[in-house]
Design a protein around this ligand. Structure first.
Ligand code: CP
Length: 308
């Protein structure tokens, strides 16, 4: 684990290289071995203080980062916008500068505004890790998704991955597209025309509106949640209609190859984009994705801390 990343921040997969991604994977392989030992802790980030700043709700990402930091022996401080002075009108920059004046080295931030981590990176000295910025990017989710596929199928080159669902509002979709195409995978997006951005093919992906054909085509299906909280218009008539035409159900899974991997970044809307039987099937690696998230985040934290 000697090499360095090409950037001192992780703002998005767009801004890192294929070599960076492979270095993160190789480092995560080693940390995955560590977190499966009886003693899961290593001293790598002793004397490093990390602030987890969450301006938007999270279960998996927040807990996963906190566990990763604690497994690396970092000092950890957690901040949630709800219950903070943000509610009294304090700005993002004032909030972060006040926290940094308490000698924080790294900031993990989730924020509803696309570009918020980039804005901070231009203003402050700490390493910034984007834990999801609005509809823009969610880089550690894409890394853990690709790492989980690699674990099952080996090298990503020429593997066929289809991302299903609400592509328009999804930071997971964009980060996955950047990550998978950098690794040489063939990427398709599939969903209702209203939830697929018009120019997405310019990112090197195929577009399909045919769920059955796409599930038959792919080696791994990454199924996304309908993000009702980000939808300002009506993009489909009803959730029932979405589920009937675009949900991944038991019948579709039965018609697909028994080797096709079923993935979902969570949180799952059971019975909408995926049925319970599909989510809990033998082909599902949804909980492996969550497990791998800790190793991936340990790798990112470790490598960025080494860049100081
Ligand atoms: N996958 C994901 O980002 O989940 P959370 O919103 O719970 O962190």
């Amino acid at each position: 684990m000697g090499s360095l990343l090409s950037s001192r921040h992780l703002l998005g997969i767009k801004y890192i290289t294929e070599a960076d991604i492979n270095l993160i994977f190789e480092t995560a392989d080693e940390f995955k071995e560590v977190i499966n030992r009886p003693i899961k802790k290593v001293p790598s980030l002793r004397d490093v203080t990390v602030a987890n700043l969450f301006f938007e709700n999270s279960t998996r990402t927040k807990i996963s980062f906190e566990l990763a930091e604690k497994r690396l022996s970092a000092d950890v401080v957690n901040f949630s916008a709800s219950g903070s002075s943000v509610k009294k009108g304090e700005t993002l920059l004032d909030t972060v500068n006040n926290i940094l004046s308490m000698k924080v080295d790294m900031v993990v931030m989730r924020h509803p505004a696309p570009g918020a981590p980039q804005f901070l990176a231009n203003k402050i000295d700490a390493n910034i890790i984007n834990a999801g910025d609005g509809t823009h990017e969610h880089p550690t989710q894409a890394l853990l998704d690709a790492f989980s596929i690699r674990e099952q199928l080996g090298d990503l080159a020429n593997k066929k991955i289809c991302i299903f669902g609400d592509i328009l509002h999804s930071r997971v979709a964009l980060s996955n597209i950047f990550c998978l195409t950098k690794l040489g995978a063939k990427v398709r997006v599939c969903g209702p025309p209203t939830l697929i951005p018009k120019h997405i093919h310019e990112l090197g992906v195929e577009v399909s509106y045919d769920v059955k054909d796409s599930l038959l085509w792919c080696d791994a299906a990454n199924i996304l949640r309908i993000q009702l909280e980000r939808q300002d218009l009506k993009y489909f008539p009803s959730l029932r209609e979405y589920s009937n035409f675009f949900g991944i159900n038991d019948e579709l899974l039965a018609a697909a190859s028994s080797d096709t991997l079923i993935m979902h970044p969570g949180p799952i809307n059971r019975g909408v984009e995926i049925t319970t039987n599909v989510a809990d099937s033998n082909q599902s690696i949804i909980l492996d994705q969550v497990e791998n998230g800790v190793a991936i985040r340990m790798a990112v934290l470790y490598l960025l801390a080494s860049s100081k």
